[in-house]
Design a binder for this molecule. Structure first.
Ligand SMILES: Nc1nc2c(c(=O)[nH]1)N[C@H]1C(S)=C(S)[C@@H](COP(=O)(O)OP(=O)(O)OC[C@H]3O[C@@H](n4cnc5c(=O)[nH]c(N)nc54)[C@H](O)[C@@H]3O)O[C@H]1N2
Ligand SMILES: Nc1nc2c(c(=O)[nH]1)N[C@H]1C(S)=C(S)[C@@H](COP(=O)(O)OP(=O)(O)OC[C@H]3O[C@@H](n4cnc5c(=O)[nH]c(N)nc54)[C@H](O)[C@@H]3O)O[C@H]1N2
Ligand code: SF4
Ligand SMILES: [Mo]
Length: 704
C-alpha cells in the first residue's frame, strides 16, 4: 500500500481513553478513514500504541451468541437486533421470575458510559449497579468523608510550591500517574523533603530522604506509631485539635499501645528510621501526604489503616492547607442522569447495604465484591442475570470462584473490545466501540479547586459493527419500553442533557474545544468573600461535615454500626503474626498490582509491541529469598497460596523487602488473582486483601 498523499489526510484533535486520564492528542486519518498516526501524547506507551489496539486482529467486531458450552469459546455472529432482543427478553424474564434486583449491571475500569448504565439499572428497577470501585479507591474516599466530612486530595496531580515535606504513602507515579517520569513526585524538588512508605524500593522510594520499607498491610500500625511519637514529643497542633477533634482522649490513650520499638517490629523497619521520619514529617511545615487509591486499603484491615494515616494531617495542622492536604471540592458538575435518587428513595437495598452499610451510605453503588456470594450462595441477596460493560475475572480476588459464579448465572451479557476469561462465560458478547470511535462528556475531577470538562467528538467510524457502550444501554432502555427516558436511543442527546448542568459558556467551550475547559470550585470565591485570601481551610467557615461537626478520631458513626470508632490496628487476616500456623507452607508475604505505564490492568497485554517492553508475568523477589530457593533471574517459578498455584517468571531484585514478594497483575495466562482471597474482605469497605497475603515460591524444573 502506498502512503496517501499529504492532502488526503486529516488531523483531528481528540482525547485518549486507554486509561481515564483523558490526555489530549492529535490523530491523523488517511483518505480511507484509517487512523495512521497519533501525536502529542505524554510519554505513555498505552496512548502511543493505541492504534495497535484499534486495529488489532482479535478485536470483537460483531455481536456474538454463545453456541458451545460455557467457557468453550464457541460463539456465532448474530445481528444487533437479535442480540438486543435476546438481552431484553432475558432481563424481562428474570425480572418477572425473581424480581428486578436480581439483575446486576456492572461496569469495569471503564468510566465513560457509566451514567447511562446506572440509569438503565435504576429505570429497570434494580438497585444493583456495581463497579470496579468495589475494590478501587472508594474506601479511601469513604474513610476521608467519614473522618473529615470531605474527600481529601489523594494522589496529587497538582504540585503546591509551598509543600516543604512530602510523605508518599505508597504511590509510584512513574508507573501510575501521567505524565509518569515527569510527574512532580517522580523527581527531587529543591527544598522539599521526601519520605516514602513502600515495601518496594520503587523509583519514587529511590528519591526519598527516608524510605520506610514496611511489611505489606501494616500501614495502620505505622501510622499509629507516627501519632505516638508526635504526641510524645509535643509536635501536635494542640490549639487546632482542642477546637476541632472529636474523641481525642480515647485516641491518645490508644496510641500508647504503639511505641516505636513495637511498631518497628510489626512493620519490619528500623526504629531509628521510624523516629527520623516522624520528626521530619511533623516538624517540617507544611507537609503533605501523597496517597494511593489502593495500597492502604486493599487489605482485610484497610479502612482503618487509611483512617490512621489521614489523621496525621490533622494532628500536624496540615489539613486543608496550601502545601498540605487540601479538601477536594466539587467544581461545576454535569446534570446527573443516573437516577440514583430513585435508587435511594424507591428501590430495595443495594447489594452491600446488609453488610457494608457505611460504605454503601457514602458510595453510590452496590458492593461488587459480593457478586460471587450473591450468585453462588444467594447472599446477601440473589443475583441471577448480569449485564456488564468490560469485566475480566482475572482482576477479581479468587478469580476462579468468580469465573464459576459467572458460569452459574442464568443469563450473562457483556460488552468488550476483546474476549477474556469472563466473556467466555457469557451468553451474548457485544463489540464495544473504542474511544476513537465514540463521543463522551468527561468531567475530570482534577485537583482540589480546579477540574476539567471535555467533550470528545467521534474521530473514526466504528470498526465492524462495534457500538459505543452508552449507545447500547440507550437502545436497551428503548427496547425495555422506556424510549422517552432513554432519549429514543440518541446518545448525543444524553450527553447534551448532562451538559445542561454546566454553565452555558463552559458547555459551549467544552463542545467546541477538544482541549476542554478548566473549571473552578465556587468555594474559592466564597472564601475570598469571607476575607480569607489564602483560599483554604474551609473548616473556618463550614466546620467539618461529619456526624459531630469535628474531625472524627473516635467516629460516632462507626460505633453506631458496631465497628471500632478509633482507627484500630488489626493484623492482616493472613500474615506471619496472625496465622503463624501457615508459615511452614507459606513463608513469604505476597503483595500484588504495582502499576506500570505499559498496561491498564488486564488491557494491552495482547499488543506485541507492548510485550517488547515487558514480555512476561513477573514476580519480584529479593536475592536472599531467591537464593534460598535456588531461583535465578528469569526462572519459571510456581507461586502457591492457600487458594491455588500459578506460574510466573522470577525478577530477582533487591528493590523488594526480604520476605515479601510482589506479583504484577493483569495477565490472563498467569493470573495472580487465582491466589488472592475473596473471603477476608475488609469489614467496613468490603475491599479484598490483594496486597497482604501469604505464599510460597518454588523453582520449576524446566526441560532444556
Ligand atoms: N499505567 C497504569 N496506571 C494506572 C493503572 C494501570 O493499570 N496502569 N491503574 C489505575 C488505577 S485503577 C489505580 S487504582 C491506580 C493505583 O495507583 P497506586 O495505588 O498509586 O499504584 P502504584 O503507583 O503502583 O503504587 C502502589 C504501591 O503500593 C506498594 N504497596 C504494595 N503493598 C503495599 C502495602 O501493603 N502497603 C503500602 N503502604 N504499600 C504497598 C507497591 O509496592 C506500589 O509501589 O493506578 C492507576 N494508574
Ligand atoms: N491482584 C490485584 N488485583 C487487582 C488490583 C491489584 O492491585 N492487585 N487492582 C484492582 C483495581 S484498583 C482495579 S481498578 C481493577 C481493574 O480491573 P478491571 O476493571 O477488570 O480492569 P481492566 O482489565 O482494565 O478492564 C476490564 C475489561 O474491560 C474492558 N474494557 C476496557 N475499556 C472498555 C470500554 O470502554 N468498554 C467496554 N465495554 N469494555 C472495556 C477491557 O478490555 C477488559 O477486558 O483491578 C483490581 N484487581
Ligand atoms: S495516560 Fe496514557 S493511556 Fe492514559 S489517557 Fe494519557 S496517553 Fe492515554
Ligand atoms: Mo483502580
Amino acid at each position: 500500500m502506498t502512503a496517501p498523499a499529504h492532502t488526503d489526510t486529516v488531523v483531528k484533535s481528540t482525547t485518549c481513553y486507554e486509561c481515564d486520564a483523558n490526555c489530549l492528542f492529535d490523530v491523523t486519518i488517511d483518505a480511507s478513514g484509517r487512523a495512521i498516526k497519533v501525536e502529542g501524547l505524554p510519554n505513555c506507551p498505552r496512548g502511543q500504541l493505541q492504534l495497535e489496539r484499534q486495529y488489532h486482529p482479535d478485536r470483537l467486531l460483531y455481536p456474538l451468541k454463545r453456541v458451545g458450552v460455557k467457557g468453550s469459546g464457541e460463539f456465532e455472529r448474530i445481528s444487533w437486533e437479535e442480540a438486543l432482543d435476546t438481552i431484553t427478553a432475558a432481563l424481562q424474564k428474570t425480572k418477572a421470575q425473581y424480581g428486578a434486583p436480581t439483575v446486576g449491571f456492572f461496569a469495569g475500569y471503564t468510566k465513560e458510559a457509566r451514567p447511562q448504565l446506572q440509569r438503565l439499572a435504576h429505570a429497570f428497577g434494580s438497585p444493583n449497579y456495581l463497579t470496579e470501585s468495589g475494590c478501587c479507591f472508594s474506601a479511601t474516599m469513604v474513610a476521608e468523608k467519614l473522618t473529615y466530612g470531605y474527600k481529601l486530595k489523594t494522589t496529587s496531580t497538582v504540585e503546591s510550591p509551598k509543600t516543604q515535606c512530602v510523605l508518599v504513602w505508597s504511590t509510584n507515579a512513574t508507573g501510575s500517574i501521567p505524565p509518569f517520569e515527569n510527574h512532580h513526585l517522580a523527581s527531587r524538588k529543591k527544598g522539599r523533603k521526601m519520605i516514602v512508605v513502600d515495601p518496594r524500593r520503587t523509583e519514587t522510594a529511590e528519591l526519598a530522604d527516608i524510605h520506610l520499607q514496611i511489611r505489606p498491610g501494616t500501614d495502620g500500625a505505622l501510622a499509629l506509631g507516627f501519632h505516638h511519637l508526635i504526641f510524645a514529643n509535643g509536635w501536635q497542633d494542640q490549639a487546632f485539635l482542642d477546637e476541632w477533634a472529636n474523641g481525642l482522649d480515647a485516641f491518645r490513650d490508644y496510641i500508647q499501645e504503639f511505641p516505636p520499638a513495637r511498631v518497628a517490629a510489626i512493620c519490619g523497619i528500623s526504629e531509628a528510621d521510624l523516629r527520623a521520619a516522624v520528626e521530619m514529617f511533623a516538624t517540617t511545615s507544611p507537609a503533605q501526604i501523597a496517597m494511593s487509591p489502593t495500597s492502604t486499603v486493599q487489605h482485610s484491615n484497610g479502612f482503618q489503616n487509611h483512617r490512621a494515616m489521614i489523621l496525621l494531617s490533622a494532628v500536624t495542622g496540615n489539613i486543608d492547607r496550601e502545601g498540605g492536604n487540601r479538601f477536594f471540592n466539587d467544581k461545576v458538575l454535569p446534570k446527573p442522569i443516573e437516577l440514583f435518587d430513585v435508587c435511594k428513595n424507591e428501590l430495595p437495598p443495594r447489594i452491600g447495604d446488609e453488610v457494608f452499610p457505611i460504605w454503601t451510605k457514602y458510595w453510590p453503588a452496590a458492593q461488587s465484591m459480593l457478586m460471587p456470594d450473591c450468585i453462588l450462595e444467594g447472599k446477601p441477596q440473589p443475583l441471577k442475570a448480569l449485564l456488564a460493560m468490560g469485566i475480566n475475572t482475572a482482576m477479581w480476588a479468587n478469580s476462579k470462584r468468580m469465573e464459576r459464579a459467572l458460569g452459574e448465572l442464568e443469563f450473562f451479557a457483556v460488552s468488550d473490545f476483546f474476549h477474556n476469561p469472563a466473556t467466555l462465560q457469557a451468553d451474548i458478547v457485544l463489540p464495544a466501540a473504542t474511544s476513537l470511535e465514540r463521543t463522551a462528556l468527561i468531567a475530570y475531577p482534577g485537583c482540589a479547586y480546579q477540574g476539567e470538562v471535555k467533550y470528545r467528538h467521534q474521530a473514526l467510524p466504528p470498526r465492524g459493527e462495534a457500538k459505543p457502550d452508552g449507545q447500547i444501554f440507550l437502545e436497551l432502555g428503548v427496547k425495555l419500553g422506556m424510549a422517552e427516558q432513554f432519549w429514543h436511543g440518541n446518545l448525543a442527546a444524553s450527553w447534551e442533557e448532562m451538559g445542561e448542568g454546566l454553565p452555558p459558556d463552559i458547555r459551549k467551550e467544552a463542545w467546541e474545544n477538544p482541549a476542554g475547559v478548566t473549571v473552578y470550585s465556587p468555594v474559592i470565591e466564597e472564601l475570598v468573600e469571607m476575607g480569607f485570601l489564602d483560599a483554604d481551610r474551609q473548616w473556618r467557615i463550614n466546620g467539618f461535615r461529619t456526624a459531630t461537626g469535628k474531625i472524627e478520631f473516635d467516629s460516632v458513626e462507626l460505633k453506631a454500626h458496631g465497628y471500632d470508632g478509633l482507627p484500630t490496628y488489626r493484623e492482616p487476616a493472613e500474615s506471619p503474626l496472625s496465622t503463624p500456623e501457615l508459615l511452614a507452607d507459606y513463608p513469604l508475604v505476597l503483595t500484588s498490582g504495582g502499576r506500570q505505564k505499559f498496561f491498564t490492568h488486564s488491557q494491552q497485554h495482547n499488543i506485541p509491541a507492548m510485550l517488547a517492553h515487558d514480555p512476561y508475568p513477573r514476580v519480584q523477589i529479593h536475592p536472599d529469598d531467591a537464593a534460598a530457593r535456588g531461583i535465578a533471574e528469569g526462572d519459571a517459578v510456581e507461586i502457591r497460596s492457600r487458594r491455588g498455584a500459578v506460574t510466573f517468571r522470577a525478577a530477582v531484585t533487591d528493590m523488594m523487602k526480604p520476605g515479601v514478594v510482589h506479583c504484577f497483575h493483569g495477565w490472563n495466562e498467569a493470573n495472580i488473582n487465582e491466589l488472592t482471597d475473596d473471603t477476608q474482605l475488609d469489614p467496613i469497605s468490603g475491599f479484598p486483601p490483594f496486597k497482604s497475603l501469604l505464599c510460597q515460591v518454588t523453582r520449576i524444573q524446566e526441560n532444556v
